[in-house]
Design a protein around this ligand. Structure first.
Ligand code: IPD
Ligand code: CA
Ligand code: CA
Ligand code: CA
Length: 272
């Protein structure tokens, strides 16, 4: 824990507080009120309560910073100050089905120096709620799980690689595009997994558990912390055209340094 900077400590404390709320609600999912944002896009009382807990904690610690939150949207902070990008419950479908794999994602985004909009993500925390594990990264300070340094895997052969993905669902994403990519990558790799929490897919990639990850239709709150974790662990992150996007895009192709170009070749071939 001694490795934590003051900022990461703030994020970690907020995540743990909201995480204990989520663990309590996870024990009583049959009583949770659930509503829909789209055909298969659910939001529950648990998402809302966790977001409120994060908001209260983070606002208290940095009163002049703004927010981008999945449920409450954008709340402006003071000019020239950073903002928090918050996903209070990444993996809501898992959560609501009693599957113990979901996370809280918090990132810090800096304003651009020229004052025109938003720039780099400089800190991120992905808190694995059930494992009580804090993945964190700070720009140029590396990626960490608690106080252990993280490094992407060294696997170089597609045939050895375990790849994570997110599959589109009713009313969300391009299933035909996903299927073409799956058809191109699937036969070449050791396996493909769909675990259901994008932030944890990227944390696992940073940790060397997964060797690659692709998904489209993502939002900043899904990707901001995870992309920083992967980069700070020595991995590559791009969009589907292979462009490295320093902020982020709704498409993510992430992998260790040896596999990224191989996966991109397969993906680009599938989309041609
Ligand atoms: C979802 C999860 C899922 C991914 C979806 C996201 P949510 O986030 O990260 O793995 O496939 O694209 O929307 O809605 O559970 O926070
Ligand atoms: Ca959601
Ligand atoms: Ca999410
Ligand atoms: Ca969410």
């Amino acid at each position: 824990m001694s490795m934590f900077s003051g900022l990461i400590r703030v994020m970690e404390r907020a995540a743990r507080k909201a995480g204990s709320r989520l663990r309590r609600d996870f024990g009583e999912i049959e009583h949770l009120q659930v509503s829909r944002k789209g055909p298969a896009d659910f939001v529950s009382k648990a998402d809302m309560r966790a977001e409120r807990a994060l908001y209260d904690e983070l606002l208290h610690a940095r009163p002049d910073w703004g927010f981008v939150m999945e449920e409450a949207g954008v709340i402006e902070g003071d000019e020239g100050k950073p903002r928090w990008i918050v996903d209070p419950l990444d993996g809501t479908s898992n959560f609501l089905h009693g599957i113990p794999h979901f996370a809280i994602s918090i990132a810090v985004q800096e304003p651009r120096l020229d004052g025109k909009g938003w720039g780099e993500v400089t800190a991120g925390v992905v808190y694995d709620v059930i494992q009580d594990a804090t993945y964190w990264a700070e720009k140029t300070r590396g990626a960490w799980l608690q106080d252990a340094r993280l490094r992407v895997s060294a696997r170089r052969n597609l045939a050895d690689a375990l790849i994570a993905t997110g599959i589109p669902f009713a009313g969300h994403g391009d299933f035909a595009e996903w299927s073409r990519i799956f058809g191109a990558i699937g036969p070449e790799v050791a396996g493909i997994r769909r675990f259901g929490a994008a932030s944890l897919d990227m944390a696992y990639l940073a940790q060397g558990r997964f060797d690659g990850f692709w998904e489209s239709g993502l939002n900043d709150w899904d990707t901001a912390a995870g992309c920083l974790l992967v980069r700070e662990a020595g991995g590559f992150v791009s969009d589907f055209r292979g462009r490295s996007n320093p902020i982020h895009s709704s498409q993510v192709l992430a992998a260790n340094d040896g596999l990224h170009s191989k996966l991109h070749k397969l993906l680009a071939g599938a989309l041609r």
